[in-house]
Write a protein that binds this ligand. Structure first.
Ligand SMILES: [Zn+2]
Length: 736
């Protein structure tokens, strides 16, 4: 590699040598020498250097990387628990950012030996660098030995660190380091099985292994409201696709880096891990990797490894989860001496017609029962591998399917049975785990959306959970309420009544906790405050809004933002733009233009979409089209989509400026997300028709999947409005 002498050169491997270029030097190969002498002007002697790197092992082309720049670095090292060998670990940034790089480096140092132990395979390269790029298309990229990523993926200011920013950095580092094995040592044979790297990086990197580093984050139940919900949301659409999907060209390959390759894959692998036990699952994964070192693999190779470790017929259980579209809903009917369970494909628009309902999944049911002394027992071995069957159990006692919400299916009980389970879930000392309660809350919303149950019963369920103390449950309830409000976004009476209901649930918690974060508080208390204040502000609580705007204005006046609590940065910026005026908007815009930390920048860019003032919305659009960097576009779009008063504005602007946006973003991953943000949250049949008509004569080859998914979303939301408005209105009216 040839570069200026005062810059840093990096590649997958360590440098072998670095020499300043001198025309007559004997060590310079003749082709390089002749190239340089033809390119360099006179007087540039001593200004250039040549770096040669060690040769890589056998490596896939998509993980080759090299970099040059005016970098600074921090350095640590780790000792391999397998060989005792010590390897350097560095993180590189531009000089202005290096003070925010320590945390990512520490996570890397801690996680690398853990992976070696779990897989029983040593990290094979001589070093592992992280490189922070200030402009980057995706979040991060697992180049072997030289992981690259955007600023928010790796940087954290120790004085301004909020928990969600910290989690994002830790999970990104662990995800990318997992790829050093999944993808890099063992590579999928083709992009149709990209899940073989992404599903594992998500499950192991972001949950199972990360949980060992940060048990206080309770990442295992958190999986339910992030990955599992993301997987089910997309896979409940008619336009979903199997995890393994035919990939004939780059356009398709670029579109399947989605919630199916990542989240559904992670979800079904987690389900399998629970079924065969995590110990045997990880053992099987190690067998699989060892058999395919520096080689390619397909799905059956993975199943073979896990079959060898568990002694079970894995393809029989797993193939339909990977090769077929969708996932099931299990209907539970109580019969003499037990329950009859029946599976059908779950679609967000309601029961599937027979031709869409042909798959029979092997579903690990994870059945929770209680004995006479009140002890719970979970049977992970029961499989529903036919359309329906009867299971013997004592229905006079409490039972629950999908214990811990470890499998990928929804459960439809009779209203009477659900009421009993909900009553147990609402108890302060409930025998139902956090995972159970999160799954119940998620099912309550999605079954109502699909028309299997009434939306009023979802709201009743939220209501009886008011004594809940876990922040993850409050986060789930809050996002449930927001998503209902979002569907009815153009019916102000419903939105306002939902806000009133939200406040009635949240304000007692907010009052109990107060707005100040004390040192030494446990994570649950801090997060509970973050979640409930965030939702209370969005539901229009005057007192919370006044507090947040006051703190924001103090930060402007004193030019010191330390009075804004890091965990409330997003909520504070959002509230300032939403309820403030020109002064607050300008202050948030200044942060978006020159962010002190990546987390503050992202929060500010989202918040710029929060205004109800059309002229400020226009300014935000101008920012998007003239100043925003391509990598940041979706933060602005997400902010505008989340604002009921700007959602239609966003869709119209997208259409007006389509040619410019297309030119700017169609060649990479970005346009897909912009299409989704612009249209998926609309809720009427007219929107469906208009959106479809707009794209009719466009070349949609780079974003067809996203467009179809957005259209399905509109259709499902419109159907929900039609089906449930009356029920919703009546329930809300009955409260007053
Ligand atoms: Zn990945």
């Amino acid at each position: 590699m040839i570069s200026r002498v005062d810059t840093i050169n990096l590649a997958n491997m360590s440098a072998l040598s670095e020499t300043v270029y001198v025309p007559s030097a004997p060590q310079v190969k003749s082709d390089i020498a002749s190239l340089l002498s033809s390119k360099l002007s006179a007087g540039e002697d001593g200004q250039w250097k040549i770096t040669t790197f060690q040769t890589t092992p056998l490596i896939s082309t998509y993980i080759i990387a090299w970099a040059n720049g005016p970098f600074r670095h921090l350095e640590e090292s780790y000792s391999s628990p397998l060989s005792g060998k010590t390897r350097p670990l560095r993180i590189y940034t531009t000089p202005d950012l290096i003070h925010q790089a320590r945390f990512a480096l520490d996570v890397n140092r801690r996680v690398l030996p853990l992976y070696e132990q779990v897989f029983d395979i040593e990290y094979p390269l001589p070093k592992l660098d992280l490189l922070v790029a200030t402009d980057f298309t995706i979040g991060a990229m697992e180049n072997w030995g030289l992981i690259t990523g955007r600023t928010s993926a790796f940087l954290l200011d120790p004085h301004q660190a909020d928990l969600s920013g910290k989690k994002y950095v830790a999970s990104t580092v662990c995800h990318e380091v997992a790829h050093m094995w999944f993808g890099n040592i063992t590579t999928m044979e083709w992009w149709d099985t990209v899940y073989l790297k992404e599903g594992f990086a998500r499950l192991l990197g972001e949950t199972i292994i990360l949980d060992r580093l940060f048990p206080e984050w309770k990442l295992r139940p958190a999986f339910i409201t992030s990955e599992l919900v993301a997987a089910m949301t997309l896979d409940a659409k008619a336009s979903s696709h199997p995890i393994e999907v035919e990939c004939l060209d780059a356009n398709v390959a670029n579109q399947i880096f989605d919630a199916l390759s990542y989240d559904k894959a992670a979800t079904i692998l987690r389900m399998l891990s629970q079924y065969v036990t995590e110990e045997k699952f990880l053992k099987g994964v190690s067998i699989y990797l060892k058999k395919h070192l520096y080689g390619n693999a397909v799905t059956k190779d993975l199943w073979q490894g896990i079959a060898e470790a568990s002694g079970l017929d894995i393809p029989e259980i797993m193939d339909n989860w990977v090769k077929k579209i969708g996932f099931p809903v299990v209907h539970v009917t109580e019969v003499d001496g037990g329950i009859r369970v029946r599976q059908d494909r779950f679609l967000e628009t309601g029961p599937a017609v027979p031709e869409d309902n042909e798959t029979i999944w092997s579903i690990p049911l994870s059945l929770l029962t209680i004995d006479g002394s009140g002890n719970t027992f979970i049977d992970h071995t029961v499989l529903l591998d036919e359309r329906e069957k009867v299971i013997s159990l004592d229905i006079s006692r409490l039972f629950k399917l999908n214990a811990g919400t470890v499998s990928m299916y929804r459960v439809l009980y009779s209203p009477e049975r659900l009421a009993k389970i909900a009553e147990e879930a609402a108890k302060e000392d409930s025998i139902l785990s956090l995972g159970d309660r999160l799954g119940l809350a998620s099912d309550a919303l999605e079954l109502a959306k699909a028309g299997y149950s009434l939306l009023s019963s979802t709201l009743n369920f939220y209501k009886i959970l008011h004594a809940e103390n876990d922040y993850q449950m409050w986060s789930c309830i809050s996002s449930g309420l927001s998503s209902i409000s979002s569907v009815w976004f153009e019916q102000p009476d419903i939105v306002e009544a939902l806000n009133t209901f939200s406040r009635s649930l949240l304000i007692p918690v907010v009052k109990r906790l107060g707005i100040e974060y004390a040192d030494g508080e446990d994570i649950n208390t801090r997060q509970l405050r973050t979640v409930t204040i965030g939702q209370a502000a969005r539901a229009g609580d005057g007192s919370v809004i006044a507090d947040l705007v006051r703190l924001f204005n103090r930060a402007i006046e004193t030019e010191d933002d330390s009075c804004i609590y890091p965990d409330l940065i997003s909520t504070t910026y959002w509230t300032a733009v939403r309820y403030g005026g020109r002064k607050e908007y300008d202050a948030v815009e200044a942060v978006a233009s020159k962010p002190p930390t990546p987390q503050m920048g992202n929060a500010a860019m989202r918040a710029l979409g929060a205004s109800t003032d059309r002229s400020l919305q226009e300014e935000t659009w101008k920012f998007i089209t003239t100043r925003a960097r391509d990598q940041d576009l979706y933060y602005f779009f997400a902010g505008l989509q989340g604002n009921h008063a700007a959602r239609r504005f966003l869709a119209e602007k997208f259409k007006t400026d389509y040619d410019v946006l297309y030119k700017r973003t169609a060649s990479n991953f970005r346009l897909q997300r912009l299409v989704q943000y612009s249209f998926e949250a609309l809720s009427s049949e007219m929107d469906y028709e208009e959106t479809k008509a707009f794209f009719k004569d466009k070349d949609t080859s780079t974003f067809k999947m996203s467009l179809d998914q957005a259209l399905d979303s509109i259709k499902a939301r419109a159907a929900w409005v039609k089906r449930s408005s009356e029920d919703l209105r009546q329930w809300l009216a009955s409260r007053t």
